[in-house]
Ligand binder design. Structure first.
Ligand code: SAM
Length: 221
């Protein structure tokens, strides 16, 4: 099935509210388990960067997993960051340690490199995936650990609907629609491998992590 890109930013307030309230316990706890497995972090990580952090659930989980690390988390949607900051205020343990930044990754150019770069479900939102990998390259230095999880595009539209009904049967329609559109906008594993070669990021591994997820991980050389 051919890729059908979806809107890049999730900037509709209704969509952001539904996303912030959704139950992501299963995929997001799996993200942390796989991150620790594939990116063991000896000692200090330096600052962590979460690309496309949305409402911040992954950011807070990474913050709990690596309690010595500061985290910068960036998203282009003010609506999503509104909910992330609302949660941050309720979690005093993260104040001063987690910073939510409003901006697009294509334009993000701080004067520093990150020790660990993570991202969940952003790659498929970017119209040209080369922009995603170029941000990973620009924001990392040799030795930076990278862990990315994203959806895998299914073979047919019917299979995409089956995944939506299997994993989000009770979510609101707006969220089911977003999940379906995201599956159609996602990449196949071989496409991601090709993107990495084209970006000159040949040291990273790409593997299937579930019936709907792939992971990309490794150390920047
Ligand atoms: C599916 S959500 C994932 C949110 C979060 N990582 C999570 O797993 O819960 C994708 C997020 O990427 C953001 N996004 C899309 N394109 C972006 C870009 N070019 N720069 C920054 N954020 C972007 C969207 O606004 C949205 O909040």
């Amino acid at each position: 099935m051919k890729r059908i890109p979806e809107p890049e930013l999730m900037d509709d307030p209704e969509q952001a509210l539904a996303y912030g309230r959704a139950d992501f316990e299963e995929p997001h706890s799996s993200f942390i388990k796989l991150l620790k497995e594939h990116c063991p972090l000896p000692g200090r990580t330096g600052t962590v960067l979460d690309l496309g952090c949305g409402t911040g659930d992954i950011t807070f989980r990474v913050g709990r997993a690596f309690s010595d690390s500061a985290i910068d988390a960036i998203d282009g949607s003010a609506a999503m960051l509104f909910h992330a900051n609302e949660e941050l205020i309720k979690k005093p343990e993260f104040l001063g340690r987690i910073q939510f930044i409003h901006g697009k990754i294509q334009e993000f150019a701080p004067e520093k490199f990150y020790g660990l770069i993570v991202s969940n479900s952003l790659l498929h939102h970017i119209p040209d995936p080369a922009d995603f990998w170029s941000a990973v390259k620009r924001l990392s230095a040799p030795g930076t650990r990278v862990f990315i999880m994203d959806l895998i595009r299914p073979g047919t539209a019917e299979e995409a609907w089956r995944l939506v009904e299997t994993y989000s049967p009770d979510e609101p329609d707006i969220l089911k629609r977003d999940f379906y559109n995201s599956l159609l906008a996602a990449f196949e594993i071989d496409e991601v491998k090709k993107q990495l070669i084209e970006a000159g990021l040949c040291g990273f591994k790409v593997t299937r992590a579930s019936d709907r997820h792939l992971i990309v991980y490794g150390i920047r050389d």
